[in-house]
Design a protein around this ligand. Sequence first.
Ligand SMILES: Nc1ncnc2c1ncn2[C@@H]1O[C@H](COP(=O)(O)OP(=O)(O)OP(=O)(O)O)[C@@H](O)[C@H]1O
Ligand SMILES: [Mg+2]
Length: 478
Amino acid sequence: MARKKSEKEVIQELGVNEQTPREIVEELNKYIVGQDDAKKSVAIALRNRWRSRKLADDIRDDVIPKNILMIGSTGVGKTEIARRLAKLVKAPFVKVEATKFTEVGYVGRDVESIIRDLMQIAVRMVRRQKTDEVKEKAAENATERLLDILVPEPKRTQNPLSKLFGGGNDHEPVEEKAEEPADNAGREFIRKRLASGKMEDQVIDLEVADHAKPMVGMFSGSSLESMGDNLQDMISSVMPKRTRKRKVTVAVARKILEQEEAEKLIDMEEVAETAVQLAERSGIVFFDEIDKVAVKGSSSGPDVSREGVQRDILPIVEGSTVMTKYGPVKTDHILFIAAGAFHTAKPSDLIPELQGRFPIRVELKSLQKEDFEKILTEPQNALIKQYKELLKTEGLDIDFEGEAIGRIAEMAFDVNEQSEDIGARRLHTLLEKLLEDISFDAPDMVKEGKTSVSINAAYVDERLKEIAKNRDLSQFIL
Ligand SMILES: Nc1ncnc2c1ncn2[C@@H]1O[C@H](COP(=O)(O)OP(=O)(O)OP(=O)(O)O)[C@@H](O)[C@H]1O
Ligand SMILES: [Mg+2]
């Protein structure tokens, strides 16, 4: 069995990325075209986590992460960077939309729920790690329980009733001896068959816990949210554990039993403590659409609430303690990355205190024709690849020839110039329009024996040029 890891080691493994800033940028490059400044600053921020981990305790506490504000018009990759970062970081990471929150007392989620969500993620991470550590032991225990089911042995089962009424301890040794020859042979025979994987598809009756939680949702979406959480836990802990019988294959049963056994072996209190540390030290919160809560001057109507949201965000960004069901979480060392288009509002329209908490500003650039060309083809699962794969499922191969991609990119750029700049999202609308007929006809084409279509510049022009040229038309269609 794997050696039990100390709290510190667990955090070490989970909390920080070992990659150098350059490696992090390379990873992001696989998905996002350009926007080097933004990539660079998030990479530095991540590396700073790794650096501060190496500091002596007394200085480390004073090193507070420098929060980042990403500014760039719509569709240039802000949210995409956040999404990719989320997959990349080994730390607890939440991405939230600032618009989802309202001032305490209004309808909507309260800001502290962000930290509670972060904690949930941290707990899940630590629990997964601990589950890994006890995996072997859990698997052993699960096998024994499988054997109990497959080779029912009335004398051996740990039926509490038989213990109560069966005469107790002095009785047992006799039992053991008596059953040994015959029963054990059966059990061992089945054990071998199990191990050889010959019984995986056999269906058995398994007693499983009934996880129905009737209380879910009653409190969510209000500022009573956290109370709801706790209440739910309280109620489910006093309610008798309900179980029901399920017919499952041995393979599925083993999974369920391993999970149950692992849970028994894990000390949840320890998990909670480690998770609090992990969230405090390594947590990252991404605030998307932060500009939507920035307002200038006026103080009536919905704006009251928006400024209120900023005031609520402030203590969390600044460093405060949030109560969660796993214990109090200090937010001082959590890294915040905010992003917004800032089309109408400017960063200076945020309340000054909040502006000051985002010292690093990075600008994401408007996308050019060359960027569009790359976005169409280069990233892993780029748009063109997606369409190709989708149509391949029909048996139709589509191919983009010569200048076709260049033409699409050019049109996207032109339409963005003429009407509104919606960044790379324009590519989605253009491609959808371009491939509309092919998408519709694909099954029929294949039926008639046509298995490939190639799209050249002329086809792109034919399908899109009129629309793209005509501003009134493109405003509606593209
Ligand atoms: N630089 C880029 N590289 C690759 N894909 C991009 C890039 N910019 C945008 N995209 C693609 O365009 C779409 C929209 O991008 P994203 O959601 O990141 O926009 P955003 O900057 O968050 O805009 P908004 O301000 O409207 O939220 C996504 O599908 C994304 O994959
Ligand atoms: Mg976005």
